[in-house]
Design a protein around this ligand. Structure first.
Ligand SMILES: Nc1ncnc2c1ncn2[C@@H]1O[C@H](COP(=O)(O)OP(=O)(O)OP(=O)(O)O)[C@@H](O)[C@H]1O
Ligand SMILES: [Mg+2]
Length: 493
């Protein structure tokens, strides 16, 4: 087998804290090497070293096609044929798809101006080759769904004839169907000889695409195995140090008296006259394919986007928010799908991020108490950082998400909306998040959750509203439904 890439004695520490410890691994042509491990285990750090984005500590080497380097630089890695797709979408919203794809390597006319037409034509050709029909080079990126943006990232990476493709949680924002397409794409690319490094918190995906699994724990390699010689239980055990059942089993309790009414929400093209009620203490799930209009709906409920008709009514009282600030004042909280854009203050500390909305309402802040409260949140959600003062930008993706959840559950609200709350969160920490959501429900709050993870949606919700093409087409009891039934309803069979 041809060796594409090899890491030897690779370590990385930040201010004396080791986040990667003596990693040695090779990637062969046509294989899919999967990296697994809890949030903060060092997966993204490892691939950033391969991509040349960060330098490892001295003493190790990276060998690419037979040549060894102490470290790589981004452009160099790219020129060597290493293409990387990161965890958070890193595209520019107010440019076209084609401009994004060619950003940094623009095609130019003889007179030096960017050749927009040519860039669009080439982009369309790339999409065509990958059988992605809905995205066109001329579209504005801001008009694309998260899943479509993910496709744009992959196309951008592949345009330079990459030989090594690194994917950091590529399916975190994708629905079932799109995930299948992406996994197929990964298998095809590997068959064509590309070496792939694949990170995901969805263990079943790893078994669908992976050749080998590398398990990381606290920056150390605890095991590396052929996928055919291990199984999910073994991997989860090695990763979190205990067994875990795949369905979270919740307790159901009778709802309270109160009623939250979502009345007549509409948005041109994306949401068509949606109404439903949530009973006090109920977790109301919203299911559907990516693009069914779920995010658009909850954003309106939260007052983000213009809402001409819809009303939010709590026990007969109109609490429709004018804007997010007004929503918070009225006790409505929301966790956004895109934590980078809508939720976290990445240059502020973990502490500030957790307490920001509770502090807003106080005149005096009891610092000791604050440290204690934040300490509790850090402990319950297992937020891994070098301390409460660490800037959130330095946290791993999953730990950023946990920080956002920690803030939300501290807020003394009435209505909580979660859009893909466990995106990027490891399998152990997910349970902790579910537990907290159910605690909120038990306290008599109203919960609306969007999730593209069907087992999650089924196991956490009381009822599931199914959206298809902007309409609420059905409502089912979660405990009586199955993944198969949901999928049929999502698709409209
Ligand atoms: N610039 C930095 N300064 C300090 N610590 C950092 C920095 N970048 C990363 N870390 C720490 O390194 C550790 C590993 O982070 P990494 O992003 O590699 O984790 P991960 O395995 O990708 O986790 P996740 O599943 O949450 O994405 C984390 O504890 C993180 O806080
Ligand atoms: Mg990561």
């Amino acid at each position: 087998m041809e060796k594409l890439l090899e890491l030897k004695n690779i370590s990385k520490s930040y201010a004396g804290i080791t986040v990667l410890d003596n990693i040695g691994v090779e990637l062969e042509k046509g294989e899919v090497l999967c990296l697994v491990g809890e949030n903060g285990a060092g997966k993204s750090t490892m691939i950033k070293i391969m991509a040349g984005v960060i330098a490892p500590d001295r003493g190790g080497s990276i060998t690419v096609f037979g040549s060894s380097y102490d470290r790589l630089y981004p452009r160099q890695a790219k020129n060597l044929g290493i293409a990387t797709i990161y965890q958070d979408i890193d595209l520019v919203d107010n440019l076209t798809v084609a401009d994004n794809i060619f950003l940094g390597s623009e095609l130019r006319k003889k007179n030096g101006f960017i050749d927009t037409k040519m860039q669009e034509k080439n982009s369309d050709e790339l999409f065509r080759r990958l059988k992605i029909s809905k995205i066109k080079g001329e579209m504005m990126l801001s008009d694309l769904s998260t899943a479509q943006k993910q496709c744009v990232q992959i196309v951008r990476a592949l345009k330079d004839e990459a030989k090594v493709l690194i994917l950091d949680e590529p399916t975190a924002s994708l629905g079932e169907e799109e995930t299948r397409i992406l996994l197929d794409m990964v298998v095809t690319l590997a068959k064509n000889g590309i070496g792939i490094i694949y990170i995901s918190h969805y263990i079943d995906e790893l078994f669908k695409v992976g050749s080998r699994l590398l398990i990381l724990k606290d920056g150390r390699m605890v095991d590396i195995k052929k996928t055919s010689e291990t199984n999910a239980e073994e991997v989860i055990h090695a990763m979190i140090g205990r067994d875990k059942v795949s369905f979270y089993s919740r307790k159901y309790f009778p709802p309270g008296e109160g009623i939250l009414e979502i009345r007549n929400f509409s948005q041109k093209k994306t949401v068509h006259d949606i109404s439903f009620t949530v009973r006090q203490g109920e977790v109301f799930g919203l299911g559907g394919l990516v693009g069914a209009g779920r995010t658009e709906l909850v954003r309106m409920i939260y007052g983000c986007d213009k809402n001409r008709y819809g009303k939010v009514v709590l026990n007969g009282k109109d609490i429709t928010p004018e804007n997010p600030k007004d929503a918070i004042k009225k006790g409505i909280f929301m966790i956004f799908e895109d934590r980078k854009r809508d939720g976290l203050f990445s240059l502020r500390s973990v502490k500030e991020n957790i307490t920001i909305s509770t502090n807003e309402k106080k005149e005096f802040i009891d610092l000791k108490k604050e440290t204690r409260i934040v300490g509790n949140s850090v402990k319950t959600f297992g937020i891994k950082s070098s301390g409460q003062e660490t800037e959130v930008v330095n946290l791993s993706g999953g730990n950023q998400q946990k920080t956002l959840i920690a803030r939300c559950v501290l807020d003394p609200g009435t209505v909580y909306i979660f859009d893909e709350p466990t995106k990027g969160v490891d399998i152990g920490a997910k349970e902790e998040i579910y537990k907290h959501m159910l605690d909120l429900a038990k306290e008599g709050k109203y919960i609306i959750i969007i999730s593209s993870d069907m087992p999650e949606l089924i196991s956490i919700s009381d009822r599931i509203g199914i959206m298809r093409e902007g309409r609420l087409v059905d409502i089912v009891q979660a405990k009586d439904t199955t993944e198969g039934e949901l999928m049929r309803k999502y698709l409209g069979f």
